[in-house]
Design a protein around this ligand. Structure first.
Ligand code: FAD
Length: 474
């Protein structure tokens, strides 16, 4: 009998995994494979923090699959030849996968589908990782939306996202290769995804539980409390007021359909406004993916082409390092950059302030910041990262206007009034009271060991506004 291949990519879960569910309901033997593809044209290699996450996520997935009678096959290399080879080895009659939306990935998948069809192999893809696929959300004139609010309104006006599919109880046994045994794969350790010398991942391991179980626990914890105060809690970096689901969503360890319907079940009627606000954040994720789908160069090209003439200043190595290492002299920016380094994640409000500082106060090209976040975020996402960087820079869709320059002192006084977040990441400031902690240069003795401000806020703000005015005049 022919066998089935389930090719997992950004969907490292058993729950609500349509490709896996279809294979599980078939009498055919099954090969579940993950291909570490750093070789196909245009595929963006993962950054360091995401590689750490991937290692642990695959390890958790492998254990889940084994507990249900299956196993995870690991292969490395360009994905298309790897899958073709595997199909030959296992005499596959069917290949199933869940869809991806970046151009290099779509091109690869389309090529493979064409090959499979020519070989008489059925290749079917499913919607699993976005609630609303980009080509289904269109303006009245048939184009893509460029502004979030009407985009999201249009999504909500359509059919409710489908119900999630439960994880299969049992999985088909692994298909055999030509020798009669299941095909051989790589060992996860041989991929070298974890950092060595130095191993900087201790803070990540203390903070996160990669894998499907970790993801559903995060969702439960969020629904049990923070969601009901999300509207205000989400802006306070010193409390856990947000879901922290982003890395789990990034690797597909939890389905957005599962999250959507968990909210429905928890709040069957009269949901607080906070639930709608949280849903609209999921909407921003969808919007970012629609932007990448329409603009495949989102991580390298200005969405608004007039920014091609923007005279970004190349920061000195010392300036860039001060930003990366959390030593700018502005506590909110520094706490955020240290949180990022230690845990692989940064609170959204602080991401905005830290990014604004780089592109406006230092006038550095947003691509420098995007690349650093790509390397250090556990949730580094091919759509959300560039879309948000461009939003902050003013070069993006529905972007924050260029003249909106986050003031890190005002922001920290407003959203971290008691200094809880700042103290958590900047021990040098522990001797300062709640008022002084936001402006440590006013009390240099108590803030010893903490750097002086890298640039003056007022002058650098004026320089940014002048530069922008000149761009407009060109
Ligand atoms: P919650 O507030 O609980 O939101 C729930 C989910 O909604 C998130 O997990 C995420 O999937 C989605 N979401 C929330 N805000 C946004 C947003 N602004 N854009 C897109 N999706 C959103 N998010 C990433 O997932 N990956 C990135 O690489 C990324 N890079 C960013 C870079 C910058 C400069 C900025 C300003 C924001 C970036 N974000 C990114 C968006 C946002 O900061 C994170 O999604 C959020 O902080 C994740 O925390 P959470 O899961 O607790 O979010």
């Amino acid at each position: 009998m022919a066998s089935t291949i389930v090719w997992l990519r950004d969907d490292l879960r058993l729950d609500d995994n349509p490709a896996l569910a279809v294979a599980a309901s078939s009498p055919e033997k099954m090969t579940v494979v993950y291909v570490l593809d750093e070789a196909s044209p245009g595929i963006r290699p993962l950054g360091g923090a995401a590689r750490w996450w991937l290692h642990h996520s695959l390890s958790a997935l492998s254990a889940e699959l084994e507990s249900k009678g299956s196993r995870l096959l690991l292969r490395r290399g360009a994905a298309a030849p790897a899958i073709r080879e595997l199909a030959n080895e296992t005499a596959a009659g069917t290949i199933l996968w869940n869809r991806r939306y970046g151009l290099p990935e779509r091109t690869l998948d389309a090529g493979l589908k064409e090959w499979a069809t020519g070989e008489g192999i059925e290749a079917t893809s499913f919607q699993a990782n976005l609630l609303f696929e980009p080509w289904t959300v269109r303006t009245g004139s048939g184009g893509p939306y460029k502004v979030f609010t009407p985009f999201w309104r249009s999504c909500l006006a359509g059919a409710e996202p489908r119900l999630p599919v439960d994880a299969p109880q049992r999985l088909p046994e692994p298909a055999a290769g030509p020798s009669g045994a299941p095909p051989a794969g790589d060992s996860l350790d041989s991929w070298g995804l974890l950092p060595h010398r130095p191993d900087w991942s201790g803070g990540l391991a203390d903070t996160w539980a990669p894998g499907e179980q970790g993801a559903s626990q995060r969702l439960e914890d969020f629904l049990d409390g923070p969601v009901e105060e999300y509207g205000t809690g989400r802006d306070v970096p010193g409390v856990e007021g947000t879901s922290r689901l982003s890395p789990h969503l990034r690797f597909g360890e939890i389905s957005p359909f599962r999250i959507w319907h968990a909210l429905r079940e928890r709040f069957p009627r009269n949901a607080p406004a906070d639930v709608g606000i949280f849903r609209s954040e999921l909407g921003w994720r969808e919007f970012c993916w629609q932007l990448l789908y329409e603009n495949p160069g989102l991580a390298t090209e200005n969405y608004r082409r007039e920014f091609d003439r923007f005279p970004w200043q190349t920061p000195s190595d010392a300036e860039l390092e001060a930003w990366q290492q959390g030593r700018t002299g502005y506590p909110l920016v520094d706490a955020g950059m240290r949180q990022l380094w230690q845990t692989g994640w940064m609170h959204n409000r602080v991401r905005m302030a830290a990014a604004s500082f780089l592109v406006k106060n230092l006038l550095a090209d947003w691509r420098l910041g995007e690349a650093w976040f790509w390397d250090t975020l556990v949730d580094a996402d091919a759509a959300s990262n560039p879309a948000n960087w461009q939003w902050v820079a003013g070069s993006g869709a529905d972007a924050s206007p260029y003249f909106r320059i986050f003031n890190p002192v005002t922001q920290s006084k407003k959203f971290d009034a008691g200094g809880r977040y700042l103290r958590g990441y900047i021990p040098e400031l522990s001797g300062l009271d709640d008022k002084r902690i936001h402006e440590p240069w006013k009390d240099p003795e108590a803030a010893s060991g903490y750097p002086e401000p890298l640039v003056g806020l007022q002058e650098s703000r004026e320089r940014a506004l002048d530069t922008y005015q000149r761009l407009k005049a060109l």
